[in-house]
Structure formats: C-alpha cells, structure tokens
Ligand binder design. Sequence first.
Ligand code: NDP
Length: 241
Amino acid sequence: MKKYALVTGGSRGIGRAVSVQLASQGYCVLINYKSNQREAQKTLDIIIENGGEGLLMPFDVADAKEINITLETWIEQNKEAYIEVLVNNAGIRKDNLLFWMTDEEWNDVLNTSLNGAFYITRLLVKYMMNKKFGRIINIVSISGVNGMAGQTNYSAAKAGIIGLTKALALESAKKKVTVNAVAPGFIETDMTKDLNQEELKKLVPAGRFGKAEEVAELVGFLASEKASYITGQVITISGGL
Ligand code: NDP
C-alpha cells in the first residue's frame, strides 16, 4: 500500500529538503504551501526527477476551516490511504522587540507556527492512532528552547509546540505514534537570507550555517521505523550553538 507523508511549508527551504528526503524513503509526499505554487512545483519536480511521488496540497496552516476542508476532502477521496507521517514545518518570523510588537506581529506568528500545528495534528493524529502507527515531527527552533531577543512571538510559538510535542507524545505512545521536535539553529534558507551570515556564523561552534538537507536527514530518521523508541524529545541541530 502506498505510504503518505504531509509536509507543511514544503515549497521552500527546510520543507523542500524534508519532502525530497521522505520521497526518497518511499513516501508519496503531500507538499503543502501557502501561495508560492512555482516553488512548490519545483519541489515536486525534484521528487519526480529522483523517481519519487508527490502532489501539491495548498492551504493556509493558520486557517482551521481551510485545513479541515482540504484534508477531509482528500481523506474522503482516498479512503485506502492514510497519512502516516506529518511534518509540521510551515513557519514565519516577524521580529520586533516586545515593547514595539504589534498585535498583528504577535498573532500572525502564533497563528501560523503554533495554531497551524495544532489544527493539522488534531485532524491527523486520530487516524494514526487508529492504524497504530504514526510519526509527527515538529520543526521548532533553538529560539523556542533558549529564547532569542527580538523574537518573543517566535520563541513563544516554538516553545508552545515543544509543550504540545511532549504532552501529545504521552497521549499517543501506546498507539505507536511518536511525536518529536527538531530544533535547528541557523539554516541557510529564505528565512535567514536577511541575516548577516558572516557575523552570525562566528557564534556557531561549527563555524557555519547548516543546510536544509542536514535537517532533512534527521527528520527522515525520526520518520523511520528505526526511531520507534524515540518520542517526546526535542533534538537540536545547530552546529553546537
Ligand atoms: P522558509 O521561509 O524558507 O519557508 C517557509 C515555508 O513555510 C514556505 O514553504 C512557505 O510557503 C510556508 N508557509 C509559511 N506560512 C504558511 C502558511 N500560513 N501556510 C502554509 N505554508 C506556509 O522557511 P525555512 O525553511 O527556513 O523554515 C522552515 C521551518 O523551520 C520554520 O518553521 C522555521 O521556523 C524553522 N526554522 C528555521 C530556521 C532557519 O534558520 N532557517 C532555524 C530554526 C527553525 P510559501 O512558499 O507558499 O510562502
């Protein structure tokens, strides 16, 4: 039977690398994105070029209604299939110091990064528990583990997902559904292209930014059968930062 994986924010950066990795592990990848269809198609093209399978699934992760309609329709039309791997990767940054932070900056980041993961996970985890196998991997950040000045919204969202990860792992372990978080440091993607890489890499013991493919390898391992006894964990991938 065909195995399915859903990667949110699969059109670019870490989500693209994760989509390509999971396709190489035999998954038909549902590539979610918000608006960038051209980039999402590029992810799909790479998967197909490598002999894998996937399809595009646009929706806004911050919109519970749109998620329910899109995913429930897909599930209804694909009764035999079930999504056994979910990677909650979609995320945005809107940095500001707390005393200047607007409601919009706060809410946009929380709605996308934290609420989005809640809406999708709530919908899919029940199928995974029914089938007695599932993998949920949440892409968080060292900003959510340690806190980062200028990112109270982002740190709060990522710390919130870490809490969700640990609590849901306890709810789902007996049903063989593992729930883990991956916390990257600085990774070279569109999200970090406005940062001063030359300066910031001096802070990283490994002396460089990471690559999306390096994060994808870790996600691929957590998604595999080999990682069955790892759950409720936050695994940092940051070159020692
Ligand atoms: P990018 O900015 O490169 O890509 C973001 C992706 O998220 C895009 O695919 C985008 O879709 C999608 N997305 C954004 N908002 C929504 C939404 N509302 N609904 C659906 N999809 C959405 O980000 P990265 O690859 O760098 O980051 C991926 C994850 O990794 C994020 O959660 C980020 O917080 C985390 N992370 C990144 C780090 C880094 O250094 N890069 C460090 C630590 C964590 P579209 O193309 O349509 O806009």
